[in-house]
Structure formats: structure tokens, C-alpha cells
Design a protein around this ligand. Structure first.
Ligand code: EPU
Length: 435
């Protein structure tokens, strides 16, 4: 078998300092937004991830020349004739829907297919299509494809029934080339949206209010490519902080944006960690016992993020007392809980609620990442668990974490990546234990 796994030897307090990667969830919409620009767009601090390379492939199919060198991506749109996202690309990356706004904005037509369901449950695009309709786009479906066309895009008043991150981003990107003003209410406020608006404004757009629930886009500006640094990844930062919380010890993260992480840092403090912030650095010190948290509910920003729900659940497995987690954003985001139970966690899931009763220690086991953040949560749990954990399903982790094993090693967590056969000896032993 050629599938790679991670072998994580846990149970020792962490120490070390790491740099946090640029944000996946900002880099992807910024890459899509480059379609709107004349000339070259240069994005720096782009994390090296499979989703980023998938976005490069989509851009190249749409007539761009996108090249990646280290953490820099250069994008030039060489032809503006192609407006179809092939089905295999729509399926390869769930976030491919964010190309809809920029393709429509620049070409007034776009053909695509459904992104399909995903690990987190169904991923409907009804709100994306409704927003585009409000801007004058006609939408027809046939033979599994969705055909979107418009004579012109017109500014509109759009109220979102839920503050969707992706829909807010698509409206921003379509709105900059629409005629007149677009006013979006109940917009999502996530920091990645502010990053996108800052980029578009630097390219010549006029967007006000990003980061609040009302965003106003004055359309009709021509955009020129620019050089832009992707913001720090708040969820990657939270992932490494949760590893530190689970294992104990003292760690420092640099290149972070602590102001974007208030709800996450508050929750870590409630769980018994000492948190310090200095400029772009976050220090975590966890020497005492972990404490349970009676109730955490995932909410749109600035609430506690759904992307950090799995991560904090890994920490609470060994907190004294009972914690309750409610997932309000996605239907199916508890798949990691069963895997944590293999490591000795006491968790009961009922619908969108999980009740975690702390146990003194987790133990190493063979576990599988079922989705991106669930995979990182299992790795964080493994850092704190006694013994060796074998983590498979790494294609999920590769979508969102740059050099994950190396980063874990820099924090003092002994982590090896290799194929089953390379690690076979120890793997069989652990599997026998699991059976
Ligand atoms: N929704 C609809 N219809 C739509 C669009 C969304 O019903 O047309 C629903 C979704 O099914 C979900 C809710 O609205 O239940 C919120 O989804 P949202 O559109 O806000 O999420 P997204 O834009 O698809 C982004 C991140 C996710 C993150 C969510 C919520 C990117 C590329 N993805 O997804 O990140 O969980 O916002 O904050 O930005 C991750 O990084 O692991 C990840 C899943």
C-alpha cells in the first residue's frame, strides 16, 4: 500500500516556537479574485497545500498563467474567453464555487456543475445562485450543468438569510464589475472577508464595510493586479495551540493575528491554559490540569468558529468534568468523535451536540482523518496521548496544513510520515492492539 500515514509519539510536554502559515481560506478566494485583474497578481505567504494547487489548475484552465514558487503565486490572465469550470475541478475542490463570482463579474457568463456533497454534509449552492440572480444573472440547469448568463451585472440590495462566508465573497467579487452599487446585508464578518476586500481595494475596487454585517460595493471600477500578502491562518494557529493544550508545555506561535482569534484564545484560557500575546506572537503555557467547559456553541465570526470545534474537542477529552459542544454551522462535523473514542475518549454524540466526559489520559491508537479539521484534532489528541498514534487519511490534512509533520516536530512532538510498509513493523503491532 502506498498511502502515507503519520506516526505520532505523544505524552510529553511540548516546547518550541513555530511560524504559522498563511490562511488557506483567504488564499483561495484571493486566487479566484485574480481573474478580475489586468496585469500580474502576486500573492505572497500562500500556504503550500493541495487545495492551492487545485485552484492553480482551475485558473490555468480558465486562461491564466499561474505559477507557484515557494509561498509566492503569480497569476496573469492571458485569455478571457474561457468561462466553464469542468466537473472534475468542481468536484476536486469543494471551494471551487468561489470562482463563480469572478468569472461572472469579468465575463458575464459561467458554466459549472454542482460541487457535490462533502465530508461536512451537503454543500448546497442555492444562496450563491440567488445572490447572482439578484444581480441580473439568468440561471438554467440541464444535463448536470448550471448555465449562468447576464447581459450585464447590476448592483442590487441583497440580504443573506444566513451569513455565508462563500456567498459574501462571491458577491464582493461579482459586485466590483457590476453597474451601480451593491449593498449586502447580513454579510459574513470573518477576517478572511476583510482580507479579500483589502486586496480588491488595493487593486482599485471600492468596497466599504467588509468585516461588518453590511458591505457596500461600488461597481464599475477596472482592477489592476497587485502584490498582496495573505493573512495568517487563524485555524492553523488554533490547531497547534490545541496540540499544546492537549499535551501541556510551553509553546510560542509567531506570524499570527491574535485579534482575529479572541474567541479561540478565550476558550483555551477557560480550559486552563495561560495565554500571552505580544504583537504577532501567541504564547501558550499549560502546566496545570485541563478544565472542562460547560457549553461551547459554534457561531459565525466573532463567535467560536466551526473550524475549531474538532480541535477543542480533542483538548476537552482529558479535562476534568463534562463539556458540551454544539455544532450549529455544518450538519456532519462530528466524524472525528468516534476516532477520539478509539483513543480512550468518553464522548456521546446526539445530533449536533456532543457531550465529552474527561478521562485522565488518552492512549495512542490507529485512527483516520475523516475531514481536514477532524484530522488535525486527532493529531492534537495524539500529541497528548500516551504512546503511539497512527493517523491515516492524510489527504485531508494536506488540503489545509503546510508541512504538518515538520511543524509538529518543531514543537517537540516526535512525528514521522511514511507509507504503511515503511512503518509496517510498529503499525502492525498497534493494529493488533486495536483489534
Ligand atoms: N449554505 C447554504 N447554501 C449556500 C451556501 C452555504 O445552505 O448556498 C450553508 C452551508 O451548508 C453551511 C452554512 O451555510 O451550513 C455556512 O456555510 P458558508 O457558506 O459560510 O461556508 P463556506 O463558505 O462554504 C467557509 C470555509 C469553511 C468554514 C466555513 C464557515 C473556505 C474555503 N471555507 O466555507 O472552512 O468552515 O466558511 O466558517 O473559506 C475549513 O477550512 O475546514 C472549512 C470547512
Amino acid at each position: 500500500m502506498t498511502e502515507e500515514i503519520l506516526k505520532i509519539s505523544g505524552g510529553r510536554p511540548l516546547h518550541g516556537e513555530i511560524s504559522v502559515q498563511g490562511a488557506k481560506n483567504s488564499a483561495l478566494p484571493l486566487m479566484a479574485a485574480a481573474l478580475l485583474c489586468e496585469g500580474e497578481t502576486v500573492l505572497t505567504n500562500v500556504p503550500q497545500l493541495s487545495d492551492v494547487y487545485a485552484a492553480c489548475r482551475i485558473l490555468n484552465r480558465l486562461g491564466c498563467r499561474s505559477t507557484a514558487e515557494g509561498n509566492t503565486i503569480r497569476i496573469v490572465r492571458e485569455s478571457a474567453e474561457l468561462y466553464e469550470i469542468p466537473d472534475e475541478d468542481m468536484r476536486a475542490m469543494r471551494s471551487s464555487i468561489m470562482f463563480l463570482g469572478p468569472i461572472l463579474g469579468s465575463m458575464k457568463r459561467c458554466t459549472l456543475t454542482m460541487p457535490g456533497g462533502c465530508e461536512l454534509g451537503p454543500r448546497p449552492i442555492n444562496l450563491h445562485l440567488d445572490a447572482m440572480r439578484a444581480m441580473g444573472v439568468r440561471i438554467r440547469e440541464g444535463a448536470g450543468r448550471i448555465f449562468c448568463t447576464a447581459e450585464k451585472l447590476t448592483g442590487a440590495k441583497i440580504h443573506l438569510p444566513i451569513p455565508s462566508v462563500g456567498v459574501t465573497e462571491n458577491v464582493l467579487m461579482a459586485g466590483v464589475y457590476a453597474e451601480g452599487e451593491t449593498v449586502l446585508t447580513n454579510a459574513a464578518c470573518e477576517p478572511e472577508i476583510t482580507d479579500l476586500a483589502n486586496f480588491l481595494n488595493q487593486c482599485g475596487a471600492e468596497i466599504r464595510g467588509a468585516g461588518t454585517h453590511t458591505v457596500v460595493i461600488r461597481g464599475g471600477r477596472k482592477l489592476r493586479g497587485t502584490e498582496y500578502r495573505v493573512m495568517p491562518d487563524r485555524i492553523a494557529a488554533m490547531s497547534y495551540l490545541c496540540a499544546g493544550a492537549a499535551a501541556g508545555g510551553e509553546i510560542c506561535l509567531k506570524d499570527t493575528a491574535p485579534d482575529d482569534m479572541k474567541s479561540c484564545l478565550d476558550v483555551l484560557e477557560q480550559a486552563g491554559c495561560r495565554i500571552g500575546v505580544c504583537g504577532d506572537r501567541i504564547f501558550l503555557d499549560r502546566t496545570g490540569p485541563l478544565r472542562s467547559i460547560s457549553y461551547i456553541r459554534t457561531m459565525p465570526y466573532p463567535g467560536f468558529p466551526t473550524d475549531a470545534q474538532a480541535l477543542i474537542s480533542a483538548v476537552l477529552c482529558t479535562a476534568s468534568g463534562t463539556s458540551m459542544l454544539e455544532e450549529t454551522i455544518f450538519e456532519n462535523r462530528f466524524k472525528h468523535m468516534g476516532e477520539l473514542a478509539r483513543m480512550g475518549a468518553d464522548i456521546r454524540v446526539s445530533g449536533r451536540t456532543a457531550v465529552i466526559t474527561g478521562v485522565p489520559k488518552l492512549h495512542g491508537a490507529s485512527v483516520t482523518a475523516m475531514d481536514l479539521r477532524g484530522g488535525a484534532a486527532l493529531a492534537a489528541a495524539a500529541a497528548g496521548a500516551e504512546g503511539i498514534t497512527y493517523l491515516s487519511g492524510l489527504h485531508h490534512l494536506d488540503r489545509g496544513y503546510e508541512h504538518f509533520a515538520e511543524t509538529f516536530n518543531s514543537l517537540g512532538i516526535l512525528t514521522e510520515r511514511g507509507t504503511f510498509s515503511a512503518l509496517e513493523h510498529t503499525f502492525s503491532a498497534a493494529n493488533a492492539k486495536k483489534c
